[in-house]
Write a protein that binds this ligand. Structure first.
Ligand SMILES: NC(=O)c1ccc[n+]([C@@H]2O[C@H](COP(=O)([O-])OP(=O)(O)OC[C@H]3O[C@@H](n4cnc5c(N)ncnc54)[C@H](O)[C@@H]3O)[C@@H](O)[C@H]2O)c1
Length: 266
C-alpha cells in the first residue's frame, strides 16, 4: 500500500469502532500519525492499540465527548503536543435514534443535533485554528444518505446530516484562502453497530402483521435496493476519506460525495 500520509497527523472522531475505526486503520496503513477519539475510553484505547500493533503506526487514543467544548479544545491541543501538526481532521462521531413523530422526546432531537452537527462545527473550528497557522489542512465531515434525503422516523437525524453539508459548504468558502479544503461524505448502508441498531429498531417500528422485521430482514430488503447489491463496509468509506485527504483531492472543496453503492444519485 502507498504511504501517502507519512509524517501527517490525522484526527478521527468516533474512531473506536465502525466507520471511524476503518478510517483510522486506513490512515495507519498509509503511514499517518493517527489520533483516535471516542467517548468510549476502553474501546478507543483497545482500537488504537490494535491498529498500532498491526501497522506499526504512531497512535494516540483520546476519550472525549465531542459535544463538550472544553474537551474538544483539549483534544486538538493534545494531538498537536504529541505530533506537532494537525493535517487532517475527520468529524465522524455520530448517533441516531428512531421514533414516531408523537413519541420522540425533545431531548433525543437536541442530542442528535448536538453530536452530529454542532460537534462537527466545533471540531472544524478548533482544527482549523491549527491548519490556518500551517497554511494547509483537510477537514472531512460525515454526513449520510439522509443528508440528501430524509427517511421515515428520523427527522432529527436527517436535519443533522443536512446540516453537516451546510457547515461543509460555508466553511469551505471561508477557509479556501488558507489552503484548507472542507468536504463531506454521505455513506449509505454501512455494516456497523449503528446499522445493527437501525435494523432492530427501524425494523420493529416498520413491522406489520403481514411482515415482521428486526433480525436482519430490513437491512436485507434495503440492501436489495442498492444497485451494487451489497452493504458497504467501513473500508469502502475509508478509501474515499483517504482520497479526500490526499494530494489528488487538492482542488476539491465544498463537496459532499455519496458512498452508497449507487443508492442515492442526487
Ligand atoms: N453505518 C451507516 O450505515 C452510516 C450511514 C450514514 C452515516 N453514518 C455516519 O457515520 C458515522 C459513524 O457511524 P458508525 O456506523 O460507524 O456508528 P457507530 O455507532 O458504530 O460508531 C459511532 C462512533 O461515534 C462515537 N460517539 C458517539 N457519540 C459521541 C460523543 N458524544 N463523543 C465522542 N464520540 C462519540 C462512538 O463512541 C463510536 O466510536 C456517524 O456519524 C454516522 O451517523 C453511518
Amino acid at each position: 500500500m502507498s504511504q501517502r500520509f507519512t509524517a501527517k497527523t490525522v484526527v478521527i472522531t468516533g474512531a473506536c469502532r465502525g466507520i471511524g475505526a476503518g478510517i483510522a486503520e486506513r490512515f495507519a496503513r498509509e503511514g499517518a500519525n493517527v489520533v483516535l477519539v471516542s467517548n468510549d475510553l476502553e474501546r478507543v484505547t483497545a482500537t488504537a492499540a490494535r491498529i498500532a500493533q498491526a501497522h506499526g503506526a504512531p497512535t494516540l487514543a483520546l476519550a472525549v465527548d465531542v459535544t463538550d467544548e472544553a474537551q474538544v479544545v483539549e483534544m486538538y491541543k493534545a494531538a498537536f503536543e504529541r505530533f506537532g501538526r494537525i493535517d487532517v481532521s475527520v468529524q465522524n462521531a455520530g448517533i441516531i435514534t428512531i421514533d414516531h413523530f408523537d413519541s420522540m422526546p425533545r431531548g433525543d432531537f437536541d442530542k442528535v443535533l448536538q453530536v452530529n452537527t454542532t460537534a462537527v462545527w466545533l471540531c472544524c473550528r478548533e482544527a482549523a485554528k491549527y491548519m490556518v497557522k500551517q497554511g494547509s489542512g483537510r477537514l472531512i465531515n460525515t454526513s449520510s444518505g439522509q443528508g440528501r434525503q430524509g427517511f421515515i422516523y428520523t427527522p432529527h437525524y436527517a436535519a443533522s446530516k443536512m446540516g453537516v453539508i451546510g457547515i461543509t459548504q460555508s466553511l469551505s468558502l471561508e477557509l479556501a484562502r488558507h489552503g484548507i479544503t472542507v468536504n463531506a461524505f454521505c455513506p449509505g448502508i454501512i455494516e456497523s453497530e449503528m446499522w445493527d441498531y437501525n435494523d432492530r429498531v427501524w425494523g420493529q417500528i416498520l413491522s406489520t402483521p403481514e411482515k415482521t422485521y428486526g433480525k436482519g430482514e430490513l437491512m436485507a430488503e434495503w440492501v436489495g435496493n442498492i444497485p451494487m447489491k451489497r452493504a458497504g463496509k467501513p473500508e469502502d468509506v475509508a478509501g474515499l476519506v483517504a482520497f479526500l485527504a490526499s494530494d489528488d483531492a487538492a482542488y476539491l472543496t465544498g463537496q459532499a460525495i455519496n458512498i452508497d453503492g449507487g443508492l442515492i444519485m442526487s
